[in-house]
Design a protein around this ligand. Structure first.
Ligand SMILES: [Zn+2]
Length: 374
């Protein structure tokens, strides 16, 4: 018998069973562009969910929803997963699933088939004792390409949830959770002026390039890097010849923001731009694609809870605000959201993608406690 105190439950999950499930999912190639492959991953997950007495629903657009003990007595806990990967068909031939030491390699292991397996094993560990209001899990087909078909389902589920747990991987080679992500905007500004001979009749022309030049400076002046807002005109084209007053000019703007307020401020300012010369017409397209996932009060509380649970389980979790987006960007404005609860490892979207088997069990135990206690 050990003389040292046992860490607080839940018991360690069955790592060999998790590995077998991970292998089964990884060996079904599921690029976002292939609904058949994505559907086969979903079928496998649905079988496991039904074995845990989950109720499965196919939603329009290819998302599946699994309900575990959802009975209307309280808002359920929402778990977000995606079945697609960035890896094209044929990747397994050069990057087969394999275990070397403490690492399980293969396409989609870390992002996020390991997260799907983690969620199911965390649910299994609850042994049918669902938290008040139950657990809802969404499995989406298109996270890697921007979640066009699933965003509405994700937002609707988040509105009805008391907390959202995203099983994207934690920060590489750590247990660090993702506690914020920047919002991303992409705008196009198109100017149409009046062409004229630059030598003979310049006064009859209205330069689209001149207006665009003023607008580039005006737009970039909206940046406030000290609070996380960056604005960059990254691509510009215009004019037809050196001796013609240009009738056309357009440019694209990349916007990153740390708060929704800043996203709205920059969007409104860009949409309110007016050419100085009334003969020039301006068209603005685009907007904020993913709202910022702010480290707000809801996320702070969830993160504090996760840190306390991890300490009881005998390990430490940090937290980082990261630049890349996830479906957590959609839910964070609607419900308390914590991200990075999937499988520890490294190499998302890279050839050395892998899950760290020596860290995985602890992360699953943390997820089990969070599902049961948030
Ligand atoms: Zn992912």
């Amino acid at each position: 018998m050990s003389s040292s105190p046992q860490p607080a439950g839940p018991p360690a999950p069955d790592l060999q069973a998790m590995l077998a499930d991970l292998r089964a999912l990884v060996e079904i190639e599921s690029p976002s562009t292939d609904p058949v492959g994505v559907g086969r991953v979903m079928d496998a997950v649905e079988g496991w969910a039904r074995a845990l007495h989950g109720q499965a629903h196919a939603l329009p657009g290819g998302t599946r929803q699994f309900n575990f003990g959802v009975d209307g007595s309280a808002r359920p806990v929402l778990i977000l997963t995606h079945a697609d990967t960035v890896w094209p068909h044929g990747t397994l031939q050069t990057m087969p699933f394999r275990v070397e030491g403490d690492r399980a390699y293969g396409p989609g292991t870390y992002d996020m088939k390991g997260g799907i397996v983690a969620a199911l094993h965390a649910l299994r560990a609850l042994n049918g004792e669902w938290p008040r209001g139950g657990v809802r899990m969404l499995l989406t087909p298109d996270e890697e390409t921007g979640s066009a078909s699933s965003r509405g389902h994700i937002e609707a589920a988040a509105r009805g949830a008391r907390a959202v747990l995203v099983v994207e991987p934690p920060v590489a080679n750590s247990h660090a959770l993702k506690i914020g992500r920047k919002g991303v905007g992409d705008f196009g500004l198109g100017f149409r002026g009046v062409a004229s001979h630059a030598g003979n009749k310049p006064e009859e022309g209205a330069s689209a390039i001149t207006e665009a030049a003023h607008a580039v400076l005006a737009v970039q002046a909206l940046a406030q890097p000290e609070i996380g807002t960056t604005v960059s005109a990254g691509l510009i084209r215009g004019g037809s010849a050196g001796n013609v007053i240009p009738a056309e000019c357009s440019f694209q703007v990349d916007v990153r923001v740390s708060t929704l307020e800043e996203g709205e401020r920059v969007t409104q300012a860009i949409e309110a731009l007016k050419p100085r010369d009334p003969r020039v017409h301006l068209t603005v397209t685009g907007g904020l694609n993913r709202p910022p996932f702010e480290f707000g009060p809801g996320t702070r509380a969830l993160f504090a809870q996760a840190q306390a649970i991890a300490a009881e389980l005998g390990f430490t979790v940090g937290g980082e605000v990261v630049g890349g987006g996830s479906d957590g960007n959609f839910t964070a404005p609607l419900a308390p959201t914590l991200d990075g609860l999937g499988a520890p490892g490294d190499g998302a979207h890279a050839a050395h993608e892998h899950v760290r088997l020596d860290r995985w069990s602890d992360h699953v135990r943390l997820l089990t406690r969070l599902i049961g206690e948030v």
